[in-house]
Design a protein around this ligand. Structure first.
Ligand code: G4P
Length: 285
């Protein structure tokens, strides 16, 4: 399947980010801890040149704990200010204040020298769709102040959120970039729900996901669905359909329904905590 999605509203959103960049000191980029590499938007690198940067590895509760640690270490070694967080429960979120201070130390010092004290740091919250931007802002602010939703691209318009006296956050809509350099990136984004499901073929997406899970976490499919991990991806999907009693009419297997179950199990973490992208020395984020 051709995994590409760059609807018109994203071009507009990117332009808006570009315009707002001059208003902020810092960019807080939220990544999905299950796919830290593919969830990093290269356009944000270019837009945020010269700004302080923080990377949050969100949905860490859905990712492999050992891999979370490896990614954090790896990014720290590259000089990135990074934190592992779970925006849904709020775990890790309280440590962001000190990270902001570290990332903006130079700016705060510069302000102080000019006699400007207590000017809040202004930060843009950026990330691809569905990565947890609104949930993070709500969790960080301690109240429901940003709209959240399960459809990619649901966060709209410009919203400043004041976090006490020291920080102001600007919420931005989730954006992808015009062309994924390789198909795996697009495929991984589709797995985590950052691409509109309606433009994808559920069966094919599920077959690709089954292939990845079998490769990365052998035994998990057997544990979850009681199926053999031998055979083609299509056979695996049929086995999931049988195991979950997905029948369309009579004896015909409903593989689309099975695909939905598998995707839900993966996205919600019911299938287990998984990181699909392993970091190594070569990985440059
Ligand atoms: P966005 O603004 O970046 O588009 O993402 P949003 O906050 O709307 O979050 C998208 C989905 O991801 C929501 O699920 C949200 O609850 C979930 N989510 C965000 N952060 C985390 C996290 O750290 N861990 C887990 N497990 N889930 C997270 P939803 O199903 O759309 O909504 P809901 O039913 O959970 O409210």
């Amino acid at each position: 399947m051709n995994y590409q999605w760059y609807p018109g509203h994203m071009t507009k959103a990117k332009r808006m980010m570009q315009e707002n960049m001059m208003l902020v000191d810092l960019v807080i980029e939220i990544l999905d801890a299950r796919i830290p590499f593919s969830s990093r938007n290269p356009d944000i690198d270019q837009l945020a040149k010269g700004k302080g940067r923080i990377v949050l590895l969100n949905k860490s509760d859905l990712a492999d704990p050992k891999e979370n640690q490896k990614w954090v270490r790896h990014l720290e070694n590259q000089g990135v200010h990074v934190l592992e967080v779970n925006a849904k429960s709020g775990a890790g979120v309280k440590n962001i204040g000190s990270l902001v201070e570290r990332a903006c130390r130079e700016k705060i010092e510069r302000d102080r020298r000019r006699g400007i004290v207590n000017r809040p740091v202004r930060a843009m919250v950026a990330g691809i769709p569905n990565v947890g931007k609104s949930t993070f802002i709500n969790s960080f602010a301690g109240k429901a102040c940003a709209k959240t939703g399960n459809k990619p691209g649901v966060t709209k318009g410009k919203q400043w959120i004041r976090m006490g006296k020291t920080l102001e956050l600007l919420d931005t809509p989730g954006i992808l970039w015009p062309k994924f350099e390789d198909d795996t990136v697009g495929m991984h984004l589709a797995f985590i729900g950052s691409m509109n499901d309606e433009i994808l073929y559920a069966d094919e997406l599920a077959c690709d996901l089954l292939t990845c899970i079998r490769e990365r976490y052998p035994g998990v499919l057997t544990d979850r669905y009681g199926i053999s991990e031998e055979g083609s991806p299509a056979q695996l999907l049929e086995a999931v359909a049988e195991s979950r009693k997905c029948y369309a009419r009579g004896e015909t297997l409903d593989t689309k329904k099975a695909a939905g179950i598998l995707l839900d199990d993966f996205r919600s973490g019911r299938i287990g905590r998984m990181t699909l992208e392993v970091c190594d020395e070569e990985t440059d984020l």
